[in-house]
Design a protein around this ligand. Structure first.
Ligand code: SF4
Length: 443
């Protein structure tokens, strides 16, 4: 039997495939959803869905059509009880697949109950081993992608970073499949990084991509290949790790437990302990991976800090989508000088992101020095989406350029230097240039 899964960037999916094969399953990742998938999804899903539903459902049907059969397959996906339309994905998959003529079972595990809800369905055991393997794969994929987007805009040889990432995916797959763990895999991946030549001394604006989960994570048509396009336009995109979402789910779970604690103190204390241990484990895994990779990937954001920044604008008790995180992340990126510009991208019809955008105007006013734009993806209107970003990107480019020029005035003319992607810059740059680089290229 084949387990069909998807919805994450390619490098994550390769790691997951390896981890599942180690657990004894034959797992097949779906390709990145494209506009053809969107069209198919619109044909088979109910009206009034948000567009990730159409993309992901259409992608499943497209996949099974290409295979020509779906006899020995099950679809594995993450479920939720909402409150936004995420809670309805599972139902849409079942309905659409049936109407398209594919009688495929859809198995879901609830994202917030995955820790205490062990079960077996169609021979697939969803238990702690399964969840931990998934998390390790996701963390590894995040770390690789973080480095990829930090290095790619500065590569000296075009395509060398793509080759490195492709290879990193294969290494993750092989190591996870053999159960050799993600630490060894990351060590190997880090060694390969020394083959990439980079020139960091180029003024490029750092652009944070945030927003709704699917829209910010996909590397396909779902956001018009935004990160890649920003690189082509001379910017450095900052993508959000999927692990932030896991961290947020755990944070939300702990918050709920605290609110219900008065009912049955002992039971809830036990639940709280499990959540805390798990949160610690996820964060530990991430920091350990970062360390192996020379601390090049950025650390995970502190959920407490995100809540603190957001709470005056967006009630953290309101769940659904990214909740208060969009507001919190925007403030975090600007206050901590992590980005020159912030893009909030949301799919057409997304309820929680629309709510966030409502208060971002006030956030922009209060922050003062921010370049922020919120854009919607609908599958069409790509030119409109990109031209709106271009206007703001120009401002961000000017900002980065001014910072660079001011540094040049301080240190004299900066010679173009080529370094390996996993090596620091030569000593003479490390003093003053580091002030600039620590803002723009934290190493
Ligand atoms: S967060 Fe928005 S786009 Fe995503 S499932 Fe919910 S409503 Fe749809």
């Amino acid at each position: 039997m084949k387990i069909i899964f998807g919805g994450l960037p390619a490098v994550h999916q390769k790691a997951i495939k390896g981890a599942m094969e180690f657990l004894g399953y034959n797992a097949v990742p779906l390709p990145e959803p494209d506009n053809e998938a969107l069209k198919i999804g619109k044909e088979y899903c109910n009206r009034g869905q948000c567009n990730p539903t159409y993309y992901t459902t259409g992608n499943l049907i497209k996949f099974f059509r290409q295979q020509g059969k779906a006899d020995d397959c099950v679809v594995l996906t993450v479920g939720s009880c909402g409150p936004c339309r995420f809670g309805m994905y599972e139902m849409e998959y079942r309905k659409a697949l049936k109407e398209a003529g594919f009688n495929v079972p859809v198995i879901t595990f609830n994202q917030s109950e995955a820790l205490n809800n062990e079960f077996e369905d169609h021979g697939i055991k969803i238990n702690r081993d399964f969840v931990v393997s998934l998390i390790k794969s996701i963390v590894a994929g995040d770390l690789v992608n973080d480095i990829y987007y930090k290095i790619k805009p500065y590569e000296a040889v075009s395509g060398s970073t793509d080759e490195w990432r492709e290879n990193a995916g294969e290494i993750l797959y092989e190591f996870m499949r053999k159960g050799r763990g993600f630490e060894e895999a990351l060590r190997e991946i880090y060694r390969n990084l020394s083959e990439i030549e980079v020139n960091f001394l180029q003024p490029k604006p750092k652009v944070k991509i945030m927003g709704e989960f699917f829209a910010q994570t996909t590397e396909g048509d779902g956001n018009y290949r935004l990160a890649q396009w920003l690189i082509d336009e001379g910017a450095e995109p900052i993508v959000e790790p999927v692990t932030t979402w896991i961290d947020y789910i755990l944070w939300e779970k702990e918050r709920n437990i605290k609110e219900r604690m008065f009912k049955d103190r002992f039971r809830f204390l036990k639940e709280m302990m499990i959540v805390r241990i798990f949160t610690y484990y996820v964060r530990y895994l991430y920091s350990k991976g970062r360390k192996i990779l020379g601390n090049i990937p950025s650390p995970l954001k502190d959920q407490g800090l995100i809540e603190k920044y957001a709470k005056d604008y967006y009630n953290p008790g309101l769940t659904g989508g990214e909740g208060h995180m969009e507001v919190g992340k925007h403030i975090y990126m600007i206050k901590h000088k992590k980005a020159h510009m912030v893009i909030s991208v949301k799919p057409f019809g997304c309820m929680p992101s629309t709510q966030s955008d409502g208060v971002q105007t006030k956030v922009v006013e209060d922050l003062g020095d921010t370049i922020f734009i919120s854009v919607e993806t609908s599958g069409d209107a790509e030119a409109n989406f990109k031209s709106r970003i271009m206007m703001k990107l120009y401002e961000a480019k000017m900002k980065a350029f001014e910072e660079y020029e001011s540094l040049k005035r301080k240190v004299g003319n900066i010679k173009v230097v080529y370094t390996m992607a996993n090596k620091k810059l030569p000593e003479r740059f490390v003093t003053t240039a580091c002030n600039y680089l620590s803002t723009l290229h934290p190493l």
